[in-house]
Design a protein around this ligand. Structure first.
Ligand code: CP
Ligand code: NVA
Length: 331
């Protein structure tokens, strides 16, 4: 059956079939090739989108804006400080108003229920730009990057997420891996293990697609990985947890020695960014003064030959463009 995503929300990859996810990855690759070749596709001409941010962003906001401009759409940006959203006007009323103005809504915030509510109340497609428990546009870009860097079919690949295995990025990677038959390992401490229902869901889907879904603290789990992935140790909104996380996650910092445990010379390093890989940020430097080394990865890996982190960042734009084109575009 041909895939048609017109009018759909993009709230979590759990809502998408393997064929639909592959369609989005293929569309992103096609749009990337066309952009490289200087071919203008104009697939969002006449559309207007709004970007709602209750947390900060560099990549996600820029990816939505550039993707929209590339395809001819109008863009409005709103954050909680400069709008009535949430303070003087409920999210339900906000959604109803935005549904009258726009063709699609991007939302980044805390609770997944908010992005679901926006979708219900606005009546137009809503795209999840990150919540506390999911980051689906990130996972699409990540798997696009993995696919560009391996000669193997995806269902023969293995991805290992290192560190806080119950954060939003880990969860969206679990969802996309289990859907596409990619073996997934969460390497991190028991105290930060994913929720039972998330693991059960992924194992159930994995049983159908052939994806193994494993967790543990042993370095041996990294053997044969095609990608080692990590993320910051305290996500946005969790900064008060830094001392505890440094204690829990220092053994899971991605170093050259950890990387060698993959025993795969072709293994790539991935990260959603932003990353603490040195002390050249005010947060890493101020935490160091307090005695906390918050680096989740060392410079030799982050800047090393196996790192694909900036390709991954670029692919955010191509995949977000594919999501918008597929759900509201003129195709
Ligand atoms: N990876 C990612 O979502 O980056 P931003 O927080 O900069 O959007
Ligand atoms: N886990 C991180 C991802 C940032 C893109 C956070 O939520 O802050």
């Amino acid at each position: 059956m041909p895939v048609n995503l017109k009018g759909r929300n993009f709230l979590t990859l759990k809502d998408f079939s393997p064929a639909e996810i592959r369609y989005l990855l293929d569309l992103a690759a096609d749009l990337k090739a066309k952009k490289r070749a200087g071919i203008r596709t104009n697939l969002l001409v006449g559309k207007n989108i709004v970007l709602l941010f209750e947390k900060t962003s560099t990549r996600t906001r820029c990816a939505f804006e550039v993707a929209a401009y590339d395809e001819g759409a109008g863009v409005t940006f709103l954050d909680s400080k400069s709008s009535q959203m949430g303070k003087k006007e409920s999210m339900a009323d906000t959604a109803k108003v935005l549904g009258r103005f726009f063709d699609g809504i991007e939302y980044r915030g805390y609770d997944q229920a908010v992005v679901e509510g926006l979708a219900k109340d606005s009546g137009i497609p809503v795209w999840n730009g990150l919540t506390d428990v999911d980051h689906p546009t990130q996972a699409l870009a990540d798997i696009m990057t993995l696919r560009e860097n391996t000669a193997k079919p995806l269902n023969k690949c293995k991805l290992v997420f290192c560190g806080d295995t119950r954060n939003n990025v880990a969860y969206c990677l679990m969802y996309i891996c289990c859907k596409l038959g990619i073996d997934y390992v969460g390497w991190g401490p028991k105290e930060l293990a994913p929720a039972k229902e998330v693991v059960e869901y992924c194992r159930k889907v994995g049983a159908e697609t052939g994806a193994k879904v494993e967790f543990g603290e042993e370095l041996a789990l990294l053997k044969g990985a095609d990608a080692l992935y990590t993320d910051i140790w305290a996500s946005m909104g969790e900064e008060d947890k830094i001392p505890e996380r440094v204690k829990q996650l220092t053994p899971y910092r991605v170093t050259k020695e950890v990387f060698e445990a993959t025993e795969n010379p072709d293994c790539i390093f991935m990260h959603c960014l932003p990353s603490f890989h040195d002390f050249n940020t005010t947060m890493a430097a101020s935490q160091k003064e307090l005695g906390y080394d918050i680096r989740e990865v060392t410079d030799d890996v982050f800047l090393g030959p196996q790192s694909r982190v900036f390709d991954e960042a670029e692919n955010r734009m191509h995949t977000i463009k594919a999501v918008m084109v597929a759900t509201i575009g003129n195709i």
